[in-house]
Design a protein around this ligand. Structure first.
Ligand code: FWO
Ligand code: ZN
Length: 389
């Protein structure tokens, strides 16, 4: 059992100075908790801020890329990169390359990360429609495979998409919806929106032309250009969700940085409809106006929290700035035991120091990092070989 003493708690709502008792999950949150149990691990959190563990809802955990040929295939995520970024829950996906990347590998990597100490889920599919699946059907994948929470990242309005028809997208969203219903999961369709002129139009047509609710979709990369960002107001006004990509270091305009865009959406009353994700290990390819590949970078999970901290440094209250990587993501993805510090929730907690640096990371009640020292490493990150615990 772990007792966090005297932390300044943001659930994300500000809860003041509190003690938090952890026994597997969060079992008590109160002032001056007195606990008499043997081997209680007491951690003095005076001067530290306790926030919910961060959720990154879009990471190419087995690697991605490939748009410039074989040498541009990116490498997989390391457990330590997630821990150092305060990420206690990660959702893995495939992207452009659904040939040399498989869902079997994605699933195995998600299981590996879970064994190493973080929570993990996956989307089935990749950019392309028809969707690649594990069991041959999106509905069966959602009903039969616990880690599957939806489909993605399905590409639209992009020269690299499969140019899906509206009928194909409708059927895909309908299958995800039913699979989600039958399994009690979100059944979310994570949609990669490219730089194409179509922007969110295909999704708007589906929502307007069928019974499928706007909340079935989570379109991402909405901050990739100003036209798309501005067009998303219509989608948000319909109650839709949007996801902003934080690995966008090459975007020069301030307004496209997630922290800045989120401040606008906060001001317009959309605080619960916006999430951030890093696109970690995904490629950030650049093409010229003729569609020729001119180079690429790689997404970094460390950018996820960086954008939250930048929002705070530019005046956003911490309890609001945390929403796109904690409570909002958990609500939209229906990760019911995640995203908030409350009794009964998973003990996924990050402690921040006075400068808002990540200091301690606890996932599922296990201390992965304490006072900036990583205690739990990935399988081959501690020594040259792995010894069974
Ligand atoms: C974005 C992932 C993009 C992969 O448009 O979609 O390419 O498969 O690894 N990345 N295609 C990056 C922009 C948002 C900057 C991906 C990539
Ligand atoms: Zn994408």
């Amino acid at each position: 059992m772990i007792l966090l003493k005297n932390a300044t708690v943001y659930t994300p709502e500000p809860a003041g100075r509190k003690d938090i008792l952890i026994a597997g999950c969060i079992v008590a949150i109160d002032s001056d908790l007195v606990v008499h149990v043997p081997n209680l691990n007491v951690i003095d959190c005076t001067g530290k801020i306790a926030v919910p563990g961060f959720i990154d809802n879009h990471v190419h955990i087995v690697g991605g890329g490939g748009e410039g040929g074989f040498r541009t295939r990116t490498f997989e995520i390391s457990f330590s990169d997630l821990v150092r970024a305060g990420i206690t829950t990660v959702v893995g996906c495939l992207g452009t390359d659904g040939v040399s990347r498989s869902l079997e590998a994605l699933y195995a990597k998600a299981k590996a990360l879970e064994e190493e100490g973080v929570s993990s889920y996956i989307y089935v599919g990749s950019y392309r429609v028809p969707v690649v699946t594990l069991t041959g059907s999106v509905i069966r994948d959602l009903v039969l495979i616990d880690k599957v929470i939806g489909v993605g990242e399905i590409a639209i309005s992009d020269h690299r998409s499969s140019q899906p028809t509206l009928e194909e997208l409708k059927r895909l969203a309908a299958d995800a919806r039913i699979g989600g219903m039958l399994s009690g999961k979100a059944g979310l369709v994570n949609v990669h929106v490219g730089d194409g002129a179509g922007m969110l139009q295909p999704l708007l047509e589906i929502v307007k032309g069928t019974e499928i609710p706007v909340t079935q979709f989570l379109p991402t990369h909405i901050n990739r250009n100003s036209r798309l960002l501005n067009s998303s107001i219509e989608w948000l006004s319909m109650g839709g969700f949007i996801d902003l990509t934080t690995s966008v270091s090459d975007l020069l305009d301030d307004e496209l940085l997630p922290w800045r865009a989120f401040q606008e959406f906060l001001a317009e009353g959309f605080e619960s409809q916006v999430t951030f994700s890093s696109d970690g290990q995904g490629s950030l390819p650049r093409f010229d106006e003729k569609g020729n590949f001119v180079g690429l970078g790689i997404g970094k999970v460390s950018t996820l929290y960086e954008q939250v901290r930048l929002a705070v440094e530019h005046g956003t209250p911490l309890e609001k700035a945390l929403l796109p990587i904690t409570k909002n993501v958990a609500t939209i993805l229906k990760l019911r035991s995640k995203g908030s510090i409350r009794v009964g929730m998973d003990a996924d907690i990050v402690l921040l120091d006075q400068d808002l640096n990540i200091d301690t990371v606890i996932c599922g009640g296990k201390i992965l990092m304490l006072n900036k020292e990583q205690l739990v490493k990935g399988t081959f990150e501690s020594e040259s070989s792995y010894n069974c615990p």
